[in-house]
Write a protein that binds this ligand. Structure first.
Ligand code: 1YM
Length: 638
């Protein structure tokens, strides 16, 4: 927006009241869990970021106060204070009390950060015990306070004076514990992860995070923006060329920024964002860049006679092997599609993204011939491996693939053909698998025994992965296919349950399996099909009752619920392999008593980082991670 366009208060649209927000908070912030709680912070921060994107703000500060409230400060123009013609209230009061009040899109405004401009503020107010807003503007300090779900308890007034060049907005809010029943405690690490990401995505913007409960403080400012983001994501990987490719351009008010660098691994790590929001399902911005990457690399390889005329062209997967790429698009009126409404639909963006990327990437290759050579060689090797993998994959598709003669990797299937009630247990070790087969419900429960440590897929290419017998059986058993053939609707078991011992080895095997699922069957994780069985550590016998509990804490909690004169006996449970079929059914497999932990994927970037750290090549950061997390080993699951 340019400076002489003034804000027109009639742009505010007045729609509905805050009561609706309190009745159905989930509709506005997703949920009232810890995640929803943190969402409140982002709603307020978004308004400050919009002000930064409009070019008026360089500094944002987020403080977790001692009383548990949050303060967000910016040095922008300050929310307008004049009377709003439609509501007869000041604009700042309107922004905080009227749902869907926000500057209009299009026209003069180029408001791009998450959601509708200013809309979130009223939602935060509705879900808070109290909110205070202070505005510094034109030499005056304005103050307004709301309480009990958004009622104005102190109307806007001038509380002091400040120098003319001091401008900005400060907001403090206390989340309402009647809404956020699970927790109202803010998590520093959760805030830090997203603040870092926002700083990467908005280069030059300084964001300070401060925790007044502990004194912890971090300042984020990245002059290199997403170029530094790529370096950060690659910190535990080994890059194969020095210069990070960085491309930016703008056309028709749509801005495209891309940064990428190849490493010696085999996975493609592509994160795309629209208006600072991650788009896990991709969309037209991501498609455009990917199409252009494939085209430019093929052209370069052909022009330099590396790829011969009758060679098969390099595929999209070939040219993305080992790439870490961040794509950030800023789109004035984004349309989101897909299952989770996180896929960019605007078709005009595809062409713009492709042309901006192609032009600049072509130039990069010309100007950096050494980097170009390394990148092309990497893609060529990937193409050769792809052909080998195609042959190996055919093996998983053959009829009778389930009847492999070797015991390891041999599936004992269930008789039901109804996937929704079927479960596949992946069981570590010979005797545990034996007991599991005898203790299972043969109608709904299938057993797949695996032998100790399966292949670490983080360090292998698809061709080697498909050569592994246990993994091949797993793929055949799942029914979905793998890679670009993956089809979730063909899944044969709705629950895939990893059953390993509650010790370090068991945890390692579980992590190997989770890595496989995360890298090659991500939709299974995203859709909640992956579980970890939790074998109990103790049994508590009193009278005719036997209660199984997971750990010491649960044991003590349970004992505390028993009348003080109860006689009880505590047994320490054996490993899976030592349990007889009856015990295994009773404690770990039968749906009456068993405890399953669903594996979820809250933060894809964090998950990727953790897998890379735990399973990748770099030893030193892994050692540090394990040291730092030694006390939390049971929480290694994502
Ligand atoms: C700590 C939170 O809300 N900053 C902020 C918000 C606004 C403005 C500046 C602003 C916007 C405009 C003009 C405009 C908002 N204004 C509105 C509305 N920080 C924080 N800083 N002048 C100031 O968009 O034209 C909503 S948010 F609707 F009043 F324009």
């Amino acid at each position: 927006m340019n400076k002489n366009e003034h804000y027109d208060a009639s742009d505010i649209q007045v729609l509905e009241g805050l009561e609706a927000v309190r009745k159905r908070p989930g509709m506005y912030i997703g949920s009232t869990s810890e995640r929803g709680l943190h969402h409140l912070v982002w709603e307020i921060v978004d308004n400050a970021i919009d002000e930064a994107l409009a070019g008026y703000c360089d500094d944002i500060e987020i403080i977790i106060n001692k009383d548990g409230s949050i303060t967000v400060k910016d040095d922008g123009r300050g929310i307008p204070v004049e009377i709003h013609p439609k509501t007869g209230l000041s604009t700042v009061e309107t922004v905080y009390t009227v749902l869907h009040a926000g500057g209009k899109f299009g026209g003069g405004g180029y408001k791009v950060s998450g959601g509708l401009h200013g809309v979130g503020a009223s939602v935060v107010n509705a879900l808070s015990k109290w909110v205070e807003v202070t505005v510094y503007k034109e030499g005056k300090i304005y103050y307004i306070k709301f309480a009990n779900g958004g009622h104005t308890i102190e109307p806007l007034k001038v509380i002091g004076e400040c120098s003319e060049d001091r401008t900005g907005t400060t907001v403090t809010f206390m989340p309402d514990d009647e809404i956020f029943k699970e927790t109202t405690t803010f998590n520093y690490e959760t805030l830090k992860t997203r603040v870092r990401e926002l700083a990467f995505l908005n280069k030059g913007l300084r964001i300070i995070l401060f925790d007044d409960r502990t004194g912890q403080k971090d300042t984020f400012i990245y002059e290199g923006g997403i170029k530094e983001f790529v370096a950060y994501v690659n910190k535990n990987r080994t890059p194969i060329h020095d210069d990070i490719v960085y491309i930016e351009g703008m056309e028709n008010d749509i801005s495209i920024e891309v940064a990428l660098q190849y490493n010696d691994g085999y996975n493609a790590t592509v994160y795309s964002f629209v208006n600072n929001i991650i788009t896990p399902e991709g969309g037209t911005h991501e498609d455009g860049v990917k199409i252009a990457l494939t085209r430019i690399i093929n052209n370069y390889a052909k022009n330099n006679k590396i790829l011969k005329d009758n060679d098969e062209p390099l595929s999209g997967e070939d040219v993305r092997e080992g790439v870490t790429m961040i794509i950030s698009a800023k789109v004035p009126e984004p349309q989101f599609e897909g299952q989770t409404k996180t896929k960019l639909g605007n078709s005009e963006v595809r062409k713009i993204a492709a042309s901006i990327f192609a032009k600049n990437f072509e130039r990069f290759l010309m100007e950096h011939p050494n980097d170009a050579r390394v990148i092309i060689e990497k893609s060529m090797t990937a193409a050769r491996a792809r052909v080998a993998a195609r042959r190996a994959r055919e093996l998983t598709r053959r009829k009778g693939g389930l009847e492999i003669t070797n015991y390891w990797g041999k599936l004992t299937d269930c008789s039901s053909k109804d996937a929704t009630i079927s479960e596949m247990f992946i069981v570590e070790g010979d005797s545990a698998a034996g007991s599991a087969k005898m203790g299972r419900n043969p109608i709904t429960q299938a057993i797949l025994p695996i032998r100790g440590k399966i292949l670490n897929v983080e360090k292998a290419r698809l061709d080697r992965i498909l050569a592994n017998e246990e993994i091949r059986t797993m793929i055949t058993a799942l029914g979905t296919g793998i890679g670009d053939e993956f089809d979730l609707s063909k899944l044969r078991y709705y629950k895939i349950i990893i059953m390993t011992d509650a010790d370090v080895d068991g945890a390692h095997i579980r992590t190997l399996l989770l890595t496989l699922f995360y890298r090659y069957f991500k939709p299974l994780v995203e859709n909640g099909h992956i579980y970890a069985a939790q074998p109990p550590l103790f049994s508590i016998k009193h009278g005719k009752t036997i209660k199984y509990v997971l750990d010491e804490a649960e044991r003590d909690n349970y004992l505390a619920t028993l009348p003080s004169n109860t006689k009880y006996e505590i047994g320490r449970m054996k490993g899976l392999g030592e349990m007889d079929p009856e015990e295994l059914r009773e404690t770990t497999m039968g749906i009456e008593n068993r405890i399953l932990k669903q594996v979820t994927l809250d933060d894809a970037i964090l998950a990727d980082e953790t897998f890379q750290l735990l399973m990748g090549e770099e030893v030193e950061p892994r050692r540090k991670f394990i040291e730092d997390n030694a006390l939390f080993v049971e929480n290694l699951d994502i």
